[in-house]
Ligand binder design. Structure first.
Ligand SMILES: Nc1ncnc2c1ncn2[C@@H]1O[C@H](COP(=O)(O)OP(=O)(O)O)[C@@H](O)[C@H]1O
Ligand SMILES: [Mg+2]
Length: 362
């Protein structure tokens, strides 16, 4: 069995790090330190290598150390016997550098073919608690990691949607352009809904199994897809929906039909967690979702991704921690950040982080 490992990382000019070189263990790597020292920044750098994205910002300049002009990250990744060197850089003038094995790559998403990580941060509780936009972003990001067809379709869809909304907001009556854009959106909407439906169905099944374990069999979790356009609907049928919505569109001056209106709900024992769940239940549901994602990535790519747990481990109760450690043991390279000591078993590598410097504790 092969699993994915990040053996070493080098970071320069990243957030509050001037320059660090680290090597990690194959099991649990514990990142300890007080608040504001750089724990999340390090996890963010690791995650960044999987596709050039940060859950905390879209702005490149925020990632560059205040007094520097560029950042650089280099990771050595092992999949079974194969070693790959991944490099990423970004400069204040907006230029970026991405290399795999020393060769420039143009599609950032190519990195996810070599390196994949699931990130669980405290603010992920918003996946259950907040409005639909955050769940749609989750769907788009996570499904794009494992499905190139989805990645291409959603990129195109967003482009056409933006143009169509701009046209609706303008006072220009361009019937031909409007028809073209409506057709494009109608063609993409059915397949996108279908891929989302399949993904949510698989996630729901896997999350339910994890959730059952964590809750000691007391809770049944499911994810329910709330779609705007029926999955796989024919183009004519979607165009008919657009026809019916003409009045409303004119009134609101925006596109009101399509996957950009989708959502999904977390249901436990028949009730929607967003409205009725306790904080503890919501937290458990998000943990189950993240573990389901790990399993799904393993099923699609053949390898478990890395797991990055930012400040969430210490929030779990004893039973949940044990379940999690047992689940991870020996299979999944995991990075756990915490401001308090954590008992994560014996096979742990511990790093102490203070004001942008990292020292391994031996
Ligand atoms: N671009 C940047 N340049 C320099 N310092 C930064 C930058 N971005 C964030 N920081 C600093 O990083 C620190 C927060 O690090 P973080 O990893 O979030 O802390 P924690 O250890 O609590 O997870 C803050 O002190 C913040 O000022
Ligand atoms: Mg933090």
């Amino acid at each position: 069995m092969s699993n994915l490992l990040l053996n070493t990382i080098k970071i320069k000019g990243w957030r509050n790090y001037a320059g660090e070189n680290l090597n990690f263990g194959p099991g649990i790597n514990l990142l300890l330190g007080n608040n504001g020292q750089g724990k999340t920044n390090l996890l963010e750098a690791i995650y960044f290598l999987s596709g050039g994205q940060s859950p905390r910002t879209n702005k490149l300049e925020e990632l560059i150390k205040f007094d520097e002009n560029y950042f650089y990250i280099r990771g050595e990744v092992a999949v079974g016997q194969e070693l790959k060197v991944l490099e990423m850089g970004g400069a204040r003038d907006g230029r970026r550098m991405h290399k795999i094995q020393g060769v420039a790559v143009h599609r950032l998403s190519d990195f996810s073919d070599y390196f994949c990580a699931v990130f669980f941060l405290p603010e992920d509780l918003n996946l259950v608690k907040s409005g639909p936009a955050i769940r749609r972003r989750f769907l788009d990001q996570e499904l794009s990691k494992i499905n190139n067809k989805y990645r291409n379709s959603i990129e195109k869809y967003k482009k056409f949607l933006q143009q169509r909304n701009a046209l609706l907001k303008s006072n220009i009556e361009d019937k031909i352009l409007m028809q073209v854009l409506t057709n494009k959106i109608a063609e993409l909407a059915g397949p996108i809904s279908k891929l989302r439906e399949d993904y949510i169905e698989k996630l729901s099944l896997l999350a339910r199994l994890r959730h059952r374990k964590i809750s000691g069999g007391r809770e049944e979790l499911s994810l329910a897809y709330k779609h705007s356009v029926p999955p796989g609907a024919a183009v004519e049928d979607i165009l008919a929906m657009f026809d019916d919505a003409k009045e409303a569109e004119r009134k609101y001056r925006t596109t009101i039909i399509g996957p950009h209106r989708d959502d999904f709900a977390f249901i436990v024992n028949g009730m929607e967690l967003r409205t009725f769940g306790s904080q503890g239940q919501q937290r458990t549901a998000v943990l189950s979702l993240k573990l389901a994602e790990l399993e799904l990535i393993k099923a699609e790519t053949g390898e478990y991704p890395l797991l990055l747990l930012d400040d969430v481990f210490s929030e779990l109760d004893e039973q949940r921690r044990e379940m999690l450690l047992h689940y991870l043991s020996g299979r999944i390279q995991t990075f756990i950040s915490s401001s308090e000591p954590v008992d994560a078993g014996n096979e742990v590598r511990t790093f102490w982080i203070e004001a942008g410097t990292i020292k391994e504790r031996v």
